[in-house]
Design a protein. Structure first.
Lengths: 374, 273
């Protein structure tokens, strides 16, 4: 707890510090490649035959996903706090890779906890981390996936709190993490706003993003929260269908609980035991969700829905062929819902999809689903 | 006066520190837990801590994680801990039973209901490692109303201002974490730990008994921690390891638990104080 109090104090001291802002701005521009484009998807728009569809290209950020916005920010914070060792958890490996990239760039030592099942499923990302000089620790406890990697990161952190900074990858966990990660990811929504005003002279009617822990979606939503005319829609992993119980749709099907230091929606049984989740996309495979999303659901400022594995897979194929963009399977959930939404809207309306990452990491999973050997 | 205070008072008269023994409820099966707890009490344990199995035991090291996994596999459920407590209290009515649980199982049942059922099962105190004192105002109020001690944890990184808040909310005993890290057996008790116990002991000045846990598994550890000023030593993983090693022969597990409890109880005598 003391470490969290220290972190909160240091973060609130640094977040508006001009030197910190300048450094962060430099890395986001010159290293991450921001701003990322807001691309008018003309072909997808034609297919949906409704609202204009714009795609926020977080897949073009360095490393291939939005994760780097947060890791660069927190790694800079860690450096300012004189921590020489960084630990991070990862599910699919995207946050692990983004942490490894940020740490290599800033000269920090990085170790990543990853469920042993995920290590098996995501060998490519494990090797990428290795190339970037990061040590990966397989976690064999519990369900051997993301939530257990987070458990193990907390265990490491309490044991090494003086030397170590825990670089959490989503808007989850105890305060101040959900706030810190949201702030660093809000660059996405700020850019969307500026870009759409430039391109269309008005705000969009809807912003659609996938929700696992909820970092890319909160990043896209947050700058629009006071713009009530903009619908904010989070798309969760419906897995094999909510009725099967094999999904990761925490906001749609979970109940209030306390997990990983937050009061939020949790997929749990009658006793409060946290349940295993299922999704075709490892990045959405988490039984909790950021508490700010729980709040946005409760206040009805945002709405949450779910898309199945199969629907996400269909959208994955569709976007690849229609626009020449292979999306991450996570982001494909948002694409599917946005297509349906847009087709029911008027032609002068605007939908923005936050495309949180690129799909190169998923080609093996997709090939397997299609019965193709590569 | 609560059962826990009574126990510490009596021990104080005998110049002894408490041996506080932890078990995970339902490890390896629910039906054995009362018998294993009895063995600990027969061996000299003064207070029993019953761990409620939870899917994500974030403060626990590998030994207790494995115990929790065995327990959940065996079908144990959180509220089973209350039946176990009732059975222990029927046989040993002066031995306090304390629950150690993560917050979600309580939250799921509802705090008020959880506390009233705990009280009627004879639970004397509750430890919630993932409930920070900053969020505990309502919890503390309801514990007091139910007559259940609220035992909070302090750690090496707790600063004096925060310790004061923790002490304000704590009754029964303060649970001092002796090291940076999670539960589990360690080879040695470090000088840092000994110094910290000294410091805490003088800081809290007897306002509440000082229980010290995490990493204590041997008689030599107990001796050092008690000499440094602890009023109680909390031992968990060392007992759990005995159960793990004898999971197929619970009679042997019970006799070994009793033996280890005897061994760890001996050096709780406060000779030098």
């Amino acid at each position: 707890m003391s470490a969290l109090i220290d972190l909160e104090r240091e973060y609130s001291r640094l977040k508006d510090d001009p030197e910190f802002r300048t450094q962060l701005g430099f890395y986001l521009r010159e290293f991450v490649g921001r701003p990322t484009p807001l691309y008018y998807a003309a072909n997808l728009t034609r297919k949906a035959n409704g609202a204009k569809i714009y795609i926020k290209r977080e897949d073009l950020a360095h490393g291939g996903a939005h994760k780097i916005n947060n890791t660069i920010g927190q790694a800079l914070l860690a450096k300012k706090m004189d921590k020489e060792r960084i630990i991070a958890e990862t599910g699919a490996g995207q946050h692990g890779v983004a942490s490894a990239i940020a740490c290599a760039a800033l000269g920090l030592k990085c170790e990543v906890y990853m469920g042993s099942e995920d290590v098996e499923r995501q060998k490519l990302n494990v090797f990428r981390m290795d190339l970037l000089g990061t040590k990966v620790h397989p976690v064999r406890s519990g369900s051997k996936t993301l939530k257990d990697a987070i458990n193990e990161s907390f265990r490491d952190w309490v044991a090494n709190v003086e030397s170590t900074y825990y670089l959490l990858g989503s808007v989850v966990g105890p305060h101040p993490y959900p706030t810190i990660v949201r702030d660093f990811q809000s660059v996405i929504g700020r850019e969307i706003k500026e870009q759409i005003l430039r391109l269309e002279g008005r705000l969009p009617d809807a912003v659609v993003a996938c929700v696992g822990g909820g970092s890319n979606s909160i990043g896209a939503f947050y700058p629009f929260i006071n713009d009530e005319q903009v619908a904010l829609i989070g798309v969760e992993a419906g897995g094999l269908g909510l009725e099967t119980g094999k999904h990761a749709a925490t906001l749609c099907a979970g109940e209030e609980g306390v997990f990983h230091g937050m009061l939020t929606y949790v997929l749990q049984d009658a006793d409060g035991q946290v349940q295993p989740t299922h999704s075709i996309s490892a990045g959405l495979d988490y039984p909790g969700v950021g508490p700010e999303h729980a709040y946005l659901k409760a206040t009805k400022r945002a709405t949450y829905t779910s898309v199945t594995d199969q629907q996400a897979l269909d959208a994955f194929m569709e976007l690849s062929k229609a626009e020449g963009i292979i999306p991450a399977l996570e982001s494909a959930h948002a694409v599917h819902y946005a297509m349906t939404l847009a087709s029911g809207m008027a032609k002068d309306q605007i939908v923005v999809i936050n495309l949180s990452g690129r799909g190169d990491k998923d080609v093996n999973v997709v090939a397997e689903k299609l019965g193709v050997k590569i | 006066m609560t059962a826990i205070s009574k126990t510490f008072n009596q021990l104080e008269k005998r110049k002894e520190a408490a041996l506080i023994a932890y078990l995970t409820v339902g490890d390896p099966q629910l039906k054995y837990t009362p018998r294993l707890a009895a063995a600990l009490i027969e061996g000299g344990a003064d207070i029993i801590e019953l761990g409620i199995p939870f899917s994500d035991p974030i403060a626990d090291g590998p030994t207790i994680q494995a115990a929790v996994a065995r327990s959940l596999r065996g079908g144990a459920r959180p509220m089973d801990a209350l039946d176990v407590a009732r059975k222990i209290r029927e046989r040993y009515n002066s031995t306090p039973v304390v629950l150690m649980t993560y917050l979600n199982p309580i939250f799921r049942v509802g705090l008020e209901k959880f506390l009233s059922q705990s009280k009627s099962a004879g639970i004397s105190g509750i430890i919630v490692p993932d409930l920070p004192v900053e969020e505990s105002a309502d919890y503390k109020k309801q514990c007091s109303a139910a007559g259940v001690d609220s035992i909070f944890l302090a750690s090496p990184s707790t600063n004096p201002q925060r310790l004061k808040r923790i002490l304000d909310q704590t009754s029964g005993y303060l649970y001092l974490i002796s090291l940076y890290g999670v539960t589990g057996v360690r080879t040695n008790v470090s000088d840092d730990a000994v110094n910290m116990v000294r410091r805490y002991s003088s800081m809290i000045g007897g306002s509440v008994p000082l229980g010290v846990g995490f990493g204590i598994s041997k008689a030599a550890h107990v001796k050092r921690i008690v000499e440094a000023g602890a009023d109680g030593v909390i031992v968990g993983s060392a007992f759990v390891k005995v159960i793990e090693a004898n999971a197929r022969n619970l009679t042997r597990a019970a006799s070994k638990l009793k033996g280890l409890a005897q061994e760890l109880k001996k050096p709780t005598t406060k000779l030098s104080r």
